[in-house]
Ligand binder design. Structure first.
Ligand code: ATP
Length: 455
């Protein structure tokens, strides 16, 4: 990583800590294994990402439903899914001298710490093992799930039997996953505990006449292309710059054991292009394997064509942390000389987090121009009213300029200022974070003004 890019990461990490987005986990004990905690603004940002994903994937679609399945599953699930075999393992090398371990594909001949040579590579399974019940023996071993999607396949029949869904349809789930990563790092990019937002799309295995506009008749290839585009659009609609995001199609030999086709959505992080979401065409691997291992028939009967088949699956699999980091980096801007118009040039650098307003942790800041009555009372009334609908911050400490800057730094898109004119005209000023334009609005119209902006 170049110095400038290294510097950018340091600035993001420092802003995230200073303003309460992300803290190192167990910090007072010296941290723990590259774990992180989301602070007051971080948890809002994270929730907003999940909310918008759910809105776009479940709420606004006819044929996708939600699920929240268990983290601990019957260990047989992981035999069937292939996770306990070599399929879910990384090649690991160990330094002969300092015994540090690395992913084989991330190092060359010598240990980057001490320059020692490596022992021959061996496979390292990424499953997090644990025991259920009081006796820690072989029969009590199970695993924390490394992905959320298996719970969806296990409930395929339950969902079908309890709803009026017909193929094609999808099931979406958001939840924690765990992987015993060999080299966690790059801040929240790779951690051992992380959240995922996954959707499994069950469709007919039969290829359609290519290009048919009738999506009911689409085969897996068309759905795969459709979901790639939909998912890329989600990031672009939320403001990720076009030049910082791309597809990377996997070659056959790079595909995970379950996939027939795969594409990563990659973001241009300061240290290089990396995956933030994977879209996979998984064929009949999942339902086929679980039919075989459980002895339950997970096939589907199509009442129209009278065909019985194991549905094919297209999966969209995003993290929460990695997209969150991409949104933070993409939104981070430094404005040299400050944004506030002054006659004298200043050396100050102002930070503005240009997050999409749907993502911003705080939507509206309510600021009395000065800390005086009756401005405080009016500002408080507006605050108490709007907080019932939006995440709102009230701030009366320091000069108005400093308060604007504090809000810019956490990405608040709108600031409402109560000034002396308010006493006369019952209007307030709304300042737009990005254009810095100011608009006078009647207090009683604030709720509908912001409804338009946020829904
Ligand atoms: P990588 O090759 O970078 O380890 P992967 O191909 O194993 O990633 P997938 O199994 O496709 O990742 O997981 C889907 C998504 O889940 C990823 O795009 C990422 O956003 C998230 N994810 C996976 N592993 C981690 C991790 N260790 N830490 C944070 N997020 C993760």
């Amino acid at each position: 990583m170049s110095n400038q890019k290294q510097n950018l990461m340091e600035k993001i990490i420092s802003l995230a800590k200073r303003r309460g987005f992300i803290f190192p986990s167990s910090e007072i004990y010296g941290g723990f294994e590259s774990g992180y905690d989301y602070g007051p603004y971080g948890v809002e940002l994270q929730n907003n990402i999940k909310k918008i994903w759910w809105k776009k994937m479940v709420q606004e679609r006819d044929s996708i439903v939600g699920l929240d399945s268990a983290i601990l599953l019957n260990p047989k699930v992981w035999e069937a899914s292939g996770h306990l075999s070599a399929g879910f393992a990384d090649e690991l090398v160990e330094c002969k001298r300092c015994h540090k371990r690395f992913k084989a594909k991330e190092v060359k001949e010598k240990c980057p710490y001490c320059g020692g040579g490596f022992l021959p590579p061996r496979k390292f399974n990424l499953m997090m093992k644990t025991y259920v019940g009081p006796i820690e023996d072989e029969t009590a071993i199970t695993y924390l799930r490394p992905e959320t999607c298996q719970g969806i396949y296990l409930n395929f029949k339950n969902i079908l039997d309890s709803s009026r869904l017909k193929i094609p349809f999808g099931v979406a789930q958001i939840g924690k996953s765990f992987r015993n990563e060999i080299t966690p790092g790059n801040f929240i990019f790779r951690t051992r505990e992380f959240e995922q937002m996954e959707m499994q799309w069950f469709c007919s295995p039969y290829p359609s006449a290519k290009g048919t506009p009738d999506s009911e008749k689409w085969g897996p290839e068309e759905w795969y292309e459709y979901w790639k585009e939909q998912r890329l659009k989600w990031y672009l609609d939320l403001g990720i710059k076009k030049e910082n995001i791309r597809f990377k199609e996997h070659k056959k030999e790079e595909l995970p054991h379950y996939a027939r086709k795969g594409t990563d959505i990659e973001y241009k992080f300061p240290w290089g292009w990396e995956e933030i979401e994977g879209i996979h065409y998984r064929g009949d691997w999942d339902l086929g394997q679980h039919s075989k291992f459980s002895g339950r028939d997970l096939s589907y009967f199509d009442p129209e064509t009278k065909n019985r088949f194991i549905p094919h699956v297209i999966e969209t699999s995003a993290g929460v942390g990695r997209p969150l980091l991409a949104f933070l980096i993409d939104a981070y801007q430094e404005i040299k000389g400050g944004r506030t118009k002054t006659t004298k040039p200043t050396k100050e650098v102002e930070i503005v987090l240009k997050l999409h307003r749907y993502l911003s942790p705080i939507k509206i800041a309510i600021l009395p121009l000065v800390k005086k009555e009756p401005l405080i009372k009016i500002a408080q009334e507006i605050y108490q009213d709007l907080r019932r609908y939006f995440m709102v911050d009230y701030d009366e400490v320091d000069s108005i300029g400093r308060r604007y800057r504090r809000q810019d730094e956490i990405g608040t898109p709108y600031a409402v200022t109560v000034d002396f004119e308010t006493l006369e005209d019952k209007k307030v000023t709304i300042r737009d974070r990005d254009t810095m334009e100011q608009e006078r609005i009647e207090i009683k119209k604030l709720k509908s003004y912001f409804d338009e902006k946020f829904f």
